[in-house]
Design a protein around this ligand. Structure first.
Ligand SMILES: [Zn+2]
Ligand SMILES: [Zn+2]
Length: 335
């Protein structure tokens, strides 16, 4: 299987952005799942095309891709043999691209030999409500920093790493990885620093108060300068809520009522992001009814989304003798 994004889109590597777009549109239309219902092959092809265009369609990403493709970076672009149903399976090419182009991940595109810069991405968990309404989260940011003992050198008595002959890289299957013998630096030491074990880096942690803007979503990235003047990219991981589900600016939730409550109507106390309110269920409410509570969603540009309440009606799985009489009356099969 060929994983070259240009051949996936069937274009020349010198194709203009316009030509790329045209080729992508034509293929996307042909393999779109709507046009090929139930066709797994078409679905995979569609994914492949989308991934390829995601990279090549962006001028910036295309330049980076071209550099790596021509051997400028530390990655191998051939895949592990095409046994996977999706060429972009877990831990594969797509993950590398994602980490590269999102600015996250452990390594830079400049090759493994270089030391990391102070710019680093950390993931911080945020409670659902704080992300929605905004607030502060105290977080301990763990970051690599220069080893204070060897000042980043890794030790003394520098030698070229024998395991990788100084390249800092090693091949694992079809993937190029940092050399484990020298942690990608290409050098080993006669006196390895006992503090950092030769990597030149230690993990330091710094406590910060993060200001979470209202409406932050899972995966949002904040740029932060720590009290020690380090620039950190903080990726937010929004914790799921047991009751609320988020959809853009709106909040969804599900409530269960009994059959008599649905038939006769009732009042329910339900949670919103800013406290409990009483929600009126009208007589004759049907299963699947969605009630909208305006302004109880996520704040956005001075306005707020809505809360959408999905009403489910639960029927008893068993009834007592007395209840049975009532249900029989209702069903018209009275004995
Ligand atoms: Zn050290
Ligand atoms: Zn090495």
């Amino acid at each position: 299987m060929n994983k070259d994004f240009y051949s996936i889109l069937g274009v020349d590597e010198k194709a203009s952005q316009g030509e790329l777009k045209k080729a992508y549109r034509k293929l996307a239309k042909k393999y779109h799942p709507d046009a090929n219902p139930g066709d797994k092959k078409a679905e995979e092809r569609f994914k492949e095309i989308s991934e390829a265009y995601d990279i090549l369609g962006s001028k910036e990403k295309r330049i980076q891709y071209d550099q790596i493709r021509s051997g400028g970076g530390g990655f191998s672009w051939s895949d592990a043999g095409g046994q996977a149903s999706s060429p972009f399976g877990d831990g594969g090419l797509a993950d590398i691209l994602r980490s590269m182009f999102s600015g996250g991940g452990g390594f830079s595109t400049g090759g493994f030999g270089k030391r990391r810069t102070s710019r680093h991405t950390v993931v911080v968990s945020v409670p659902f409500r704080t992300a929605a309404l905004g607030g502060t989260v105290r977080a301990n940011l763990e970051m690599p920093s220069m080893c204070p003992v060897c000042m980043g050198a890794g030790g003394s008595g520098e030698k070229t790493c024998l395991q990788c002959a100084g390249s800092g890289r090693t091949q694992q299957g079809q993937m190029v990885m940092p050399c484990p013998g020298c942690s990608g630096t290409g050098k080993t030491y006669t006196d390895v620093c006992s503090r950092c074990h030769g990597t030149g880096q230690v993990t330091s942690s710094e406590a910060v108060d993060l200001n979470i803007p209202a409406g932050s979503d899972d995966g949002s990235v904040l740029r932060l300068i720590t009290p020690s003047r380090k620039t950190v990219m903080v990726k937010l991981r929004v914790n799921p809520d047991s009751f609320f589900r988020r959809d853009g600016r709106n909040i969804h939730c599900t409530v269960k009522i009994s059959a008599p409550q649905a038939v006769l109507g009732t009042k329910l106390k339900i949670r919103t992001l800013d406290g409990k309110i009483v929600l009126k269920i009208h007589p004759g409410t049907q299963p699947g009814t969605v009630l909208r509570i305006p302004g109880k969603g996520i704040p956005y540009r001075g306005a707020k989304g809505d809360q959408l309440v999905h009403v489910e009606i639960s029927l008893p799985s068993s009834v007592s003798e007395e209840e049975k009489v009532i249900w029989e009356k209702l069903s018209g099969t009275e004995a």
